[in-house]
Design a protein around this ligand. Structure first.
Ligand code: FE2
Length: 244
């Protein structure tokens, strides 16, 4: 499988706290059947940074931690390929910061993993999406099923998909870990065919882990093996090859 959303890089945000956490997370990912993982620390999100750093210094630190973890996995012969990415909080500044190369996309493609504040209005989100699309990017909306506007009016997420966004649902939502609303919204979007990716959004080896084994079983059971495969691997392969 290919996990397109995981906070595995150590000491940067509210994900892995140190290299030990990160290695444990990588082991769990491999155990669950993941072979490629996009490391997506929070970006443009001061509240989620472990230490206050400017966007430029933070990006530099991301590169350092990426190389450090990659070397560690190589040393331990763990068969997990890491790819660079970021989960970018959408604000009025996002497009400007992207142009200044202070934020990055998924593997340098035109696809950007975009998140919103949980209480952002649907109209605010739509405006930010329009700005990203106008700038030539393709937003991959992180966990649409978790936003208040979608919980109140699920049509918002379908509208974003109609605008050309790709939707990424979290594995934990599908297990009900965030609550009934997120559970129902996640499954409804998937069953309506509006979702392109299911990912871990892993933060730790102890809770919200990157283990995707049971998610694959659940999606195979509820949908079909073929659809599970698309949501957990094939669509991400196309993204990495920049075909979507
Ligand atoms: Fe995330």
């Amino acid at each position: 499988m290919i996990d397109i959303h995981a906070h595995i890089l150590p000491g940067l945000d509210d994900g892995a706290q140190d290299l030990i956490d990160a290695v444990l997370m990588a082991e769990l990912a491999v155990e669950g059947g993941t072979s490629v993982l996009i490391a997506t620390p929070h970006g443009n999100n001061e509240r989620k940074k472990a230490r206050p750093l400017s966007d430029k210094d933070y990006l530099e630190k991301i590169k350092q931690e990426f190389d450090r973890l990659q070397n560690e996995l190589k040393k331990r012969e763990l068969p997990l390929r890491l790819i660079q990415g970021m989960e970018v909080l959408c604000t009025e500044d996002t497009v400007r910061k992207l142009a200044r190369k202070e934020l990055v996309t998924l593997n340098g493609t035109r696809c950007i993993l975009a998140e919103f504040d949980f209480d952002a209005s649907g109209i605010f989100c739509r405006r930010r999406i329009e700005e990203l699309i106008e700038a030539g990017l393709r937003p991959v909306i992180a966990h649409p099923e978790r936003y208040e506007c979608v919980l109140q009016k699920p049509k918002w997420a379908e509208e974003w998909a109609d605008m050309g966004c790709l939707l990424q649902v979290n594995k934990s939502s599908l297990r009900g870990s965030f609550g009934r609303g997120e559970y129902e919204a996640g499954w409804t979007l998937i069953k309506n065919g509006a979702v392109t990716f299911v990912a871990s959004d892993a933060h730790s080896p102890y809770y919200r882990t990157p283990f995707l084994g049971e998610t694959r079983e659940m999606l195979s059971r509820e949908l079909s093996k073929r659809k599970a495969n698309r949501l957990l691997r094939e669509n991400a392969e196309e993204l990495l090859l920049s075909e979507i």
